[in-house]
Design a protein around this ligand. Structure first.
Ligand SMILES: Cc1cc2nc3c(=O)[nH]c(=O)nc-3n(C[C@H](O)[C@H](O)[C@H](O)COP(=O)(O)OP(=O)(O)OC[C@H]3O[C@@H](n4cnc5c(N)ncnc54)[C@H](O)[C@@H]3O)c2cc1C
Length: 463
């Protein structure tokens, strides 16, 4: 039986990063993976979707070339080639992880892993051969998959999840996107840009429901302008796939409506991969579809840890990676600080992009905090005007008494690269005045952060 210091089950951004940090810390490490290295993020999530979105964005620029004084005879797309490019990008990233495993002397064990008591696990390879491994520490990072609603069973053809949505053999003419979280609106934007007629059906009263209300309003305005139909406070109660396309019954406040489409994309969240991996045999506690862990990702059974989407934190790649690093640093006896889940940035990569961190205005008010709010529209930004990206704004929320930066919410071009300023500022416990007095380069979109802070303190210059 092969024995390791640390075995990581699953090689997503949680698992492979955990393995690399473990190896850096001198642990003999292996990672077990049943599919491709890199998990959902690199193969079916963050990366291939961003490749699709880039194609959509370039296509939009081509269609509007005359806005920049240029002419493009006929902007056209090749859906197949767009999908192929996205798959190529994902494959390249997965190969990159293969290289990193080799470089860090991490053993990659291909197959399906099942946990056993006594810090052991069985791995069944593609030929059905089972091999037993043991480790001093086992980190569970098995991730998640598309969640299925009973009213929306996925057949992979007419009612699909995110995997099928990024590899459809032909472009649908009409698509219904159920759910308007990050995944739903990214696909809605992509398909609408490609020329598909898209309708979003959202159960909550606003799209991107977790975002600040002003951000939701701006995205709704922008999406409607681009031709996406939006139904909020609406629920798909059933789908009929018996005919050529799909008929979806949607319940709204006004009554029931039947929508027709070629495809329905179910983007209603995720379901963790915690079945059939031996949790029960080991006695590892779970609650509401998540593995329970302490601040350092130890489960209730010594020697077993869990990180990433299988645990209760935000289901995001950067959270999974941060948890994995912290987990093995704690195992190594380092002094580590528990992750601050209140300072995790969330990004959505449709156009306009969305990025946010901390409390929304409504949440701050609900908590009874006396706040100062500042907002700066990109329509007043020189860089945004020059780039033809005047849509959107930066909104900041500060504690009125102590100047603590409570929240930052952005919508517009490139904001997913700008949010790190707020994350770092909050981590360093900066005050509004310190941000205001940190000189930002001109002309940049990032000036909008400084100006929004200035607005909160009645010192804004350009509006
Ligand atoms: C369409 C889409 C877009 C997304 N975009 C973003 C984004 O832009 N930014 C962001 O931060 N997050 C994004 N996410 C979320 C992100 O992909 C996940 O949060 C992240 O992948 C979670 O990492 P993980 O390591 O916990 O699990 P995963 O990435 O799910 O990896 C788990 C791995 O474990 C393997 N595995 C499972 N069970 C076993 C077993 N028994 N034996 C062996 N191997 C096993 C799986 O095959 C998989 O490779 C997106 C998700 C989707 C679906």
């Amino acid at each position: 039986m092969s024995t390791y210091d640390i075995i990581v089950l699953g090689s997503g951004p949680g698992g492979y990063v955990t393995a690399i940090r473990a190896s850096q810390l001198g642990f003999k490490t292996a990672v077990v993976e049943k599919e491709s290295l890199g998990g959902v993020c690199l193969n079916w999530g963050c990366i291939p979707t961003k490749a699709l979105l880039k194609s959509a964005q370039v296509f939009e620029y081509l269609k509007h070339a005359e806005d920049y004084g240029l002419s493009v005879k006929e902007a056209d797309k090749d859906f197949d080639a767009v999908v192929k490019r996205s798959r190529g990008v994902a494959d390249g990233m997965s190969k990159g992880v293969q290289f990193l495993m080799k470089k860090n002397k991490i053993d990659v064990i291909n197959g399906f892993g099942t946990l056993k008591a006594g810090k052991k696990l069985d791995v069944k390879d593609a030929d059905g051969k089972v091999t037993e491994y043991s480790a001093k520490h086992i980190v569970i990072a098995t991730g998640a998959r598309s969640r299925e609603l009973p009213s929306l069973p996925q057949d992979g053809k007419k009612v699909i999840g995110y995997r099928e949505a990024m590899t459809l053999p032909t472009q649908p003419k009409k698509m219904i996107v159920v759910g308007s979280g990050a995944i739903g609106v990214e696909f809605a934007y992509f398909y609408n840009s490609m020329g598909t007629e898209v309708t979003i059906v959202e159960y909550m009263p606003k799209i991107v429901p977790v975002e600040d209300a002003d951000v939701s309003k701006q995205l709704e305005r922008s999406f409607k302008k681009s031709g996406i139909k939006i139904m909020t406070s609406a629920e798909v109660t059933s789908v009929d796939t018996s005919g050529d396309g799909v008929k979806a019954t949607v319940k709204t406040k006004k009554g029931e409506e039947v929508l027709e489409a070629d495809v329905v994309l179910s983007a209603v969240g995720i379901k963790t991969n915690i079945e059939n991996i031996g949790l029960e045999a080991v006695g590892i506690a779970t609650d509401r579809d998540k593995i329970l862990v302490n601040d350092y990702y130890q489960t209730n059974i010594p020697g077993y840890y869990a990180i990433g989407d299988v645990t209760p934190g935000q289901a995001l790649a950067h959270v999974a990676s941060a948890e994995g690093i912290l987990c093995v640093e704690k195992i190594a006896g380092m002094h580590v600080e528990a992750l601050d889940y209140g300072n995790i940035p969330g990004c959505t990569y449709c156009s306009p992009e969305i990025a946010s961190v901390g409390l929304t205005e409504a949440q701050a008010k609900e908590q009874g905090i006396d706040i100062k709010v500042g907002k700066f529209p990109f329509s007043a930004s020189g860089k945004a005007s020059a780039g033809g990206n005047k849509e959107g704004f930066v909104k900041v929320i500060f504690d009125a008494k102590y100047g603590e930066w409570l929240g930052c919410h952005m919508i517009g071009a490139g904001v997913t690269d700008m949010i790190a300023e707020a994350v770092l500022g909050r981590k360093l416990e900066t005050t509004g005045h310190e941000v205001l007095k940190a000189v930002h380069p001109h002309p940049t979109m990032s000036e909008a952060v400084m100006e929004a802070v200035a607005d909160a303190y009645d010192e804004v210059i350009h509006i």
